[in-house]
Design a protein around this ligand. Structure first.
Ligand code: NAD
Ligand code: IPM
Ligand code: MN
Length: 359
């Protein structure tokens, strides 16, 4: 039996988590794997009730679980709060507390969705299958000092980008290991022509690459990478990069797949519990309408089966069911093209569930 902490959060978070849970129940039925779900409060929803975005009860629940499935947090209602109370702190604290230093974000263009990508079909078609390995517990997000100073008329605000060689080494190893199981290419993305942290990043990645002579390493500046991603995404296998660059590049890569509503992620470290979440946020513009694409969250549940539980067959079953639903022409509004069948969030979950159960 696997104990799963479900943290729905805000906006469309609860809407997509509900569908992922539905799909996991279908997996339970088909494969006889037993899931025990416990729900915790996070983000703005937790702030409203407990006055904190990550209450102790939620953190304890998470630490006692085998894996965490996270929806999304944040929204305009809480944007005025000081940084420590903002919903986004919940996910940042979870990553830090659980020491989840590597974030895996696979961007794959499903054959049947090639027309949903804003890129021409001939650029995307069969030409997008990359994995972004984003460093997740360092860099600008966590560096100190940070703050704000008033000096007379002028306000000065500052963040610090800092990396240690150890932090770079451990995430680099995750990228090289992943590449070994794929097409054996790592592109390390940095800004070594300007930043001191990037210079160290490049040196350490070069050093780590000596342990992996079977994997081809190249380096690319982040501005060029942003451009190459839309010019020729097929050149990439594994992209290894630091926290902030990885955040930005993965949103860019998500659109190549058709929509950010398609991109799942796994946040892993040396030991579990690991955390799984869609790459998208709480989407306040569509929250409550029942139209969000649940596939990113459903595929995150598949990553959980694979990375936390080694249930490869069940994970593959979810991925195949997603692909089949697309092949059958089912779409949510964000990936619709032409006259395809546009479903509500819960209907999309139902379709995937039925395919899994062979109904
Ligand atoms: P967002 O990802 O929430 O939304 C960006 C755009 O993509 C919106 O137009 C939205 O409607 C669309 N979109 C996102 N997910 C979708 C889905 N599943 N189906 C269909 N369309 C989808 O990013 P944002 O608007 O910049 O941020 C909104 C809030 O979410 C902010 O408070 C931000 O801090 C937070 N956020 C949280 C997380 C997280 O919890 N991990 C991640 C990103 C942003
Ligand atoms: C993400 C989000 C988070 C990040 C925010 C909400 C803190 O954008 O998971 O991509 O920047 O890491
Ligand atoms: Mn992001």
């Amino acid at each position: 039996m696997y104990n799963i902490a479900l943290l729905p959060g805000d906006g469309i978070g609860p809407e997509v988590i509900k569908e992922a849970k539905k799909v996991l129940y279908a997996i339970q039925e088909r494969f006889g794997i037993k899931f025990n779900f416990k729900e915790g409060s996070v983000g703005g929803a937790a702030y409203e009730v407990f006055g904190a975005p990550l209450p102790d009860d939620t953190l304890n629940l998470v630490k006692d679980s085998d894996a965490v499935l996270f929806g999304a947090v944040g929204g305009p209602k809480w944007d005025h709060l000081k940084r420590e109370l903002r919903p986004e702190q919940a996910i940042l604290k979870l990553r830090k507390e659980l020491n989840l230093f590597a974030n895996l974000r696979p961007a794959v263009c499903y054959r049947f969705l090639a027309d949903s990508s804003p890129l021409k079909n001939n650029i995307i078609s069969g030409n997008l299958d990359l994995l972004i390995v984003r460093e997740l517990t360092g860099g600008l997000y966590f560096g100190t000092p940070r703050g704000r100073e008033n000096t007379g008329q002028t306000v000065r605000a500052f963040d610090t980008m800092v990396y240690t060689s150890e932090e770079i080494k451990r995430v680099a190893r995750v990228a090289f290991e992943a590449a070994r199981k794929r097409r054996k290419k790592v592109t390390s993305v940095d800004k070594a022509n300007v930043l001191e942290t990037s210079k160290l990043w490049r040196e350490v990645v070069d050093e780590v690459s000596k342990e992996y002579p079977d994997v081809e390493l190249s380096h690319m500046y982040v501005d060029n990478c942003a451009m190459q991603l839309v010019l020729n995404p097929g050149q990439f296998d594994v992209i290894l990069t630091e926290n902030t660059f990885g955040d930005i590049l993965s949103d860019e890569a998500s659109v190549l797949t058709g929509s950010i509503g398609m991109l799942p992620s796994a946040s892993i470290g040396e030991k579990g519990p690991f955390l799984y979440e869609p790459c998208h946020g709480s989407a306040p513009d569509i929250a409550g309408k029942g139209i969000a694409n649940p596939i990113a969250c459903i595929l995150s549940a598949a990553m959980m089966l694979e990375y936390s539980f080694d249930e490869k067959e069940a994970a593959m079953c979810i991925k195949d069911a997603v692909e089949k639903s697309l092949e059958l022409g089912y779409r949510t509004y964000d990936i619709k093209e032409g006259e395809g069948k546009v479903l509500a969030t819960s209907e999309m979950g139902d379709v995937i569930k039925k395919i899994i159960l062979g109904l």
